[in-house]
Design a protein around this ligand. Sequence first.
Ligand code: PLP
Length: 368
Amino acid sequence: MKIVPFQDLRMLHEDINSEINLAFEKFLSSNHYILGPELEAFESEFADFCEAKYCVGVGNGLDALYLLLRAYEIGPGDEVIVPSNTFVATWLAVSQCGATPVAVEPDVNTWNIDPLLIEHSITSNTKAIIPVHLYGQPVDIDSINEIASRYGLIVIDDAAQAHGAKYKNKRIGSLCNATAFSFYPSKNLGALGDGGAIVTNDEIITKKVRLLRNYGSKEKYRHDVLGHNSRLDELQAAFLRIKLRHLDKLNSRRSEIAATYVNELNNLDFILPTVSNWAKSVWHLFVIRCEEREKLQLFLKNKGIETLVHYPIPPYKQLIYNQLKVKNMPITDMLSGQVLSLPMHPSLRNDQLDKVISSLKEFRKLNS
Ligand SMILES: *Cc1c(COP(=O)(O)O)cnc(C)c1O
């Protein structure tokens, strides 16, 4: 049986094979492996891409969030508002700096954090909000910034799934106080290993993250702040520079696939993603809702179609967050029981896409 893979990074890299190999040879003979010219060039190019002033490359997306929280001096006793419906890393960053994540439910249509519910969760200890542009769709940034400015809160947006996405025609990356990106291989902009970055217009925060990522050291062997070792290395930066040049094109292919899914699956009784009219999603994932999710996933699996669930267990139900005693989150629970991510990646061929669509139609015919 021919498999329709959920993700195919090998195919993607085959298309840019010669560029990647050239970059590797240049890197190998450069004598710069950490904090060198490739990283500097990538930081400048990615900041430009994001329509922002500054970018600092770090070890991964979790560290990007964590180092930003540290740079804003958020720590023990502080509360940070996070979506209940996100990958656990958003919460882990808050916990790692000693602060407490406070969960807010998503909007039932967009599946992103509901700005209307944020205000109820603000206390005198709240210091920041971390909205997540889930599955590639921007959150309602203006509404969140408005609440934040009324209460004097910092907004750090988690854009690990949203490289290149636009909010009201502006790129994600300079619209909140600071933005965190991940370059995990399967993200829209992915390294060939781990990587991450912070992007911002704030010069002071930029300098602080530069210190924090490098042992808290401005001057070699002098340490004024408790730092870390979390740097985007030269090799990954070199690869990311190449992949950045292809990003818009690859995101367009994702949009094309999403449009086909939406057109073809429209009247089949699956709940399809709702994209707000001010949002330009980059379709990191194409997620549908189905009440018989397990049955559908098995049906597709038997046809060789790989699907995944993002995410089967919400962070508040993880063992590590038992002590938070979060009350029930009905929308989050409903989503985690119903969501299914269909194959979505730029190398997905039209014949593979057709097979996914016809299989979904067949499932409906057999189960309605
Ligand atoms: C991937 C991801 C992260 C973490 O990024 P890593 O580079 O894997 O540490 C954080 N938040 C969200 C929403 C993600 O999807």
